[in-house]
Design a protein around this ligand. Sequence first.
Ligand SMILES: [Zn+2]
Length: 275
Amino acid sequence: MAAQEPPETYWDAHCHLSDPRLDSSREAVIRRARDCGITRFVQGGVGPEDWQRQLRLLERYPEQILPVFGLHPWWISENGEASSKNALRDLAGLLNRAVAIGELGLDFSPRFPIALRELQQHFFREQLEIAGHHQLPLVLHVVSAHTEALELLTKSPPLHGGLIHAFTGSLQTARKYLELGFTLSIGGRITHPGSKSEALRKMIQELPLDRMVIESDAPDQSSLGFQGRLNEPVSIIEIAGVVARLKSATTPTILRQSKLNLSNLFGARQIKAQS
Ligand SMILES: [Zn+2]
């Protein structure tokens, strides 16, 4: 009997499996992902409570979870300067177990008062410095603030790369991130109808496959197939399917390349994370 090829496995470039909304379904969510060949999950870190939840998740799923710890601009905006300062002190003690620092970045969407922008920028700069010190790649959250984020990143260019999670900017913006060594992470938005998603699909046609990864952002950012319910890592199959059509490739080719890009970015650090 011919030896059977081991089944191909894929990675989700960005999700939040530590999110309490998944408490009652997490096991099933991870099982459903595994049944589709998705075996590893790069996390997005939010703040101290989330870091503790990620550590517990890492204990339970040491092979599957790639932990990422960092202060999210939402957390900074909601918790203020003193708490963010304290959190940064705790963060330093965790980073020897992280594959990357994040989510760090800027969110200038109207939900946050303009007065908070300086606070976000301050802790973005602080975390960029910490990342350099710990030689870690970055997981960036940038919404309505690409100009400001690129300005800060150009001043202190990242030495270990990173990804821009759920990228939805223009081709011109994409090229600037690529020049700085970043990889763009593509999420569920491209599965939706509408002109914004159409612009994103057009942009993807111009992007090189070796600088692009596929993320679910579960339990958020539902793709078309998950609207109205919690998103799951299995949605990367649908997202990769759309990218595959745009690139005249197959879905497995897209997911294979995404995994390769992720393992180049984060893979070498995984052993460190588990030790
Ligand atoms: Zn996220």
